[in-house]
Write a protein that binds this ligand. Structure first.
Ligand SMILES: [Zn+2]
Length: 322
């Protein structure tokens, strides 16, 4: 691939070589990466240098938020996947505003849902390194955020779905086909609501932001649009109290299982609920107090990097793939 369609400076001779053959010499020369985090409502993109300093950034709205996008195998042509088109447009806009002289030859993509990455790679003429959103956030928090300094960390990203990055013995555990850490489908209440996977009582239908909103709105005359809106109603609204505490208790039960299996030294909670601080952390910790004496429960802390963790993790994965 040599088409210089993604160029910080049109015609830059540094960008006409073979990116796949560049390897370490390319990194030594100073190479930036594009990193894109495709969230359910917003797409964030940055160009970063090898030290993860931001050289340029841009954002856009995720098209058709909340609806299904095409799978990576469904189409290799541009135009078939509106999310892929949005990523391509955002990256081209970003490249135009980036400082010249630093070649951008890889794109790290973190996504919560399927994106036609082959179409993105073809349109931008760069190799794309795909990482799921929880893994990307986990990598960033482990190396540069609330998990730094520890070799055994569980980073749980609680969003419309719940997933975790597992770091054990100083390495990211990906599992077969990258499926490690699918905490959202751990069975917590066998009599609970039906999950999208077909089973009942998965953590996703008990403690995800989507589940919290649904559970609250089903019982309240004053509906909310986001789970964090319940925070302001705690104490004065019994339904908010019950839904909030119930979700935290379900998460704690799943964490107990994870702690029994993995014995992490630290649990890092990421996502908008964790950003509310002790209001969310305290009931989760209270649930963990029910642990068997044989299970070691580690400190539970909030993530430190905020929404930028996805972009940072995507960039790290792209740099490490060089
Ligand atoms: Zn499930």
């Amino acid at each position: 691939m040599s088409a210089p369609s993604l160029s910080a400076r049109p015609g830059n001779p540094e960008r006409t070589g073979d990116p796949e053959g560049a390897g370490q010499s390319e990194r030594a020369a100073g190479v930036a990466v594009l990193a894109v985090d495709v969230g359910s409502s917003r797409i964030d993109a940055e160009i970063l240098d090898e030290r993860l300093a931001c050289l340029a950034r841009a954002s856009t709205t995720t098209p058709s938020a909340g609806t299904t996008v095409t799978s990576p195998s469904s189409s290799a042509s541009t135009g078939g996947d509106p999310t892929a088109d949005a990523v391509v447009g955002l990256c081209r806009r970003l490249a135009g505003s980036a400082p010249p002289g630093v070649p951008v030859r890889r794109l790290g993509l973190a996504a919560a849902a399927a994106v036609d990455t082959r179409a993105v790679a073809a349109a931008l003429a760069v190799p794309v390194v795909v990482t799921d959103e929880a893994t990307a956030a986990g990598l960033a928090e482990w190396r540069h955020g609330a998990g730094r300094g520890s070799d055994d960390v569980l980073v749980v990203l609680l969003d419309a779905e719940i997933a975790a990055a597992v770091i054990a013995d100083g390495a990211l555990v990906r599992g077969r086909s990258g499926q490690a850490g699918r905490l959202g489908h751990l069975g917590v209440r066998r009599e609970g609501p039906v999950c999208a996977c077909g089973l009942r009582g998965c953590l996703d239908v008990l403690a995800s932001t989507r589940a919290i909103v649904d559970a609250y709105n089903a019982r309240s005359l004053t509906p909310v649009a986001r789970a964090t809106e319940l925070r302001a109603r705690l104490g004065a609204d019994p339904v908010a109290n019950e839904v909030w505490r119930g979700a935290a208790a379900a998460l704690a039960e799943a964490l107990l299982t994870a702690c029994a299996l993995l014995a992490p030294a630290r649990v890092v909670l990421a996502g908008e609920l964790a950003a509310t601080g002790e209001a969310w952390l305290e009931p989760v910790r209270a649930g963990l107090a029910a642990a068997s004496p044989c299970v070691s429960v580690p400190p539970v802390v909030a993530a430190e990097l905020g929404p930028r963790a996805g972009v940072l993790g995507a960039a790290m994965a792209a740099l490490e793939a060089a």
